[in-house]
Ligand binder design. Structure first.
Ligand code: NAD
Length: 354
């Protein structure tokens, strides 16, 4: 029961973490301590907004810093930990994997060790209630052909440095549960979308470039398929896993909306044609440009969410076209938000917005 509880969240300044923290702070009895390094991917506006909330605390720091994590656990005495901090962008991992291995693998190791020591020091109902929820991705399962779905027992076949680092962290979490008994749960999510996603990710990248009249770079033939889930559905699923998940189990959380990249970009273009009627001579689709494929590009991801449905009572609720239209609208209405990122902090290379 999460109604009166202290939760340590890592990566609460990121896209999904900030949606989750917002949801947690709406529950009156919950106190959140957010441990975040505030990398390029963090959202300073969200961090500022949270800072005004009485039930929120912030520690700027690195999950790899085990003494720091130990101190935070000892002082805050949480009933659970939700671990979202990660290096998360596949293209960056292809350019330089070192930071991904450090944060995603060594950082998860530091959190597991600190949590184990803390959990061992708890007693009675506090010890029984504690959960370590690890947030992972469907990308650890590799790539699907045209048919079939990833299940929780699908083999691990990661193909990118990012997914290999996440797979490694999942295996550490599993081992700390099996070997030491740490009460862990792992969730695998499909591609998230929604407002406040960092502009290097596919959906915001396309919205921003299209409204600027710039070319829309689509990898390969645009036929790679992703399963899209609204970030609020993901955050709700994580809380349900925290409340109802079984120790040592893993749960797939997916949106059940499969689209190939070209179809997705075309949908965004049609929405912009309506929203920005008259701002271009032709339809936004004319801006689509095919670029050489990403190395090791997974063909298709799709998740079987039957276990989360049955055991957590969770299912995605945001209807995709509505969620996408709201997201497009959000980026149109919040130009200052992403322009500041472009001007001040964006250091992306591969699909650069500059
Ligand atoms: P994000 O890149 O938007 O945010 C990551 C956050 O972690 C940032 O606030 C950053 O400052 C923080 N961080 C990074 N390194 C850190 C470190 N060493 N110590 C402390 N904080 C650090 O990521 P996101 O898209 O919100 O993803 C959150 C989690 O969900 C990740 O674990 C990711 O692998 C997973 N996930 C994401 C998606 C998706 O579609 N975005 C899908 C499935 C799973």
């Amino acid at each position: 029961n999460l109604d009166t509880t202290n939760l340590l969240v890592t990566g609460g300044g990121g896209f999904i973490g900030s949606a989750l923290v917002e949801m947690l702070l709406a529950r009156p009895g919950v106190r959140v301590l957010n441990l975040d390094k505030v990398t390029y991917a963090a959202n300073p506006e969200a961090l500022k907004r949270f800072a005004r909330e009485p039930n929120y605390g912030f520690a700027r720091g690195d999950i790899c810093d085990r003494p720091l994590v130990e101190r935070l656990l000892a002082e805050f005495r949480p009933q659970g930990l939700i671990h979202l901090a990660a290096e998360s962008h596949v293209d960056r991992s292809i350019d330089d994997a070192a930071g991904f291995l450090q944060t995603n693998i060594m950082g998860t190791h530091a959190l597991l060790e600190a949590s184990l020591a803390y959990w061992r020091g708890l007693a009675g109902s506090e010890k029984e209630a504690f959960r370590f929820l690890h947030v992972s991705t469907d990308e650890v399962y590799g790539s699907l052909g045209p048919r079939g779905l990833f299940r929780e027992d699908s083999p691990y076949l990661p193909n990118s440095p990012y997914s290999a680092s996440k797979a490694s962290s999942d295996l550490l979490v599993r081992a700390w549960q099996r070997t030491y008994g740490l009460p862990t749960i792992t969730c695998h999510a499909s591609n998230n979308y929604g407002p406040r996603q960092f502009p290097e990710k596919l959906i915001p990248l396309m919205i921003i470039k299209a409204q600027n009249g710039e070319a829309l770079p689509v990898y390969g033939k645009g036929d790679n398929v992703r399963d899209w889930m609204h970030v609020s559905d993901h955050a709700r699923g994580l809380l349900m896993a925290m409340e109802r998940g079984q120790i040592g189990q893993t749960y797939n959380l997916g949106g059940g909306v499969e689209l190939n990249n070209l179809e997705l970009v075309q949908r965004i273009c049609r929405m912009l044609d309506q929203e920005l009627a008259g701002s271009r001579r032709g339809p936004h689709e004319e801006l689509i440009t095919f670029v050489p494929d990403r190395p090791g590009h997974d063909q298709r991801y799709a998740l079987d969410i039957g276990k989360a449905r049955a055991e957590l009572g969770w299912s995605p609720q945001v209807e995709f076209d509505q969620g996408l239209a709201d997201t497009v609208r959000w980026y149109l209405d919040n130009r200052a938000w992403w322009e500041r990122i472009q001007k001040e902090r964006y250091d992306g290379v591969r699909l650069g917005l500059a």
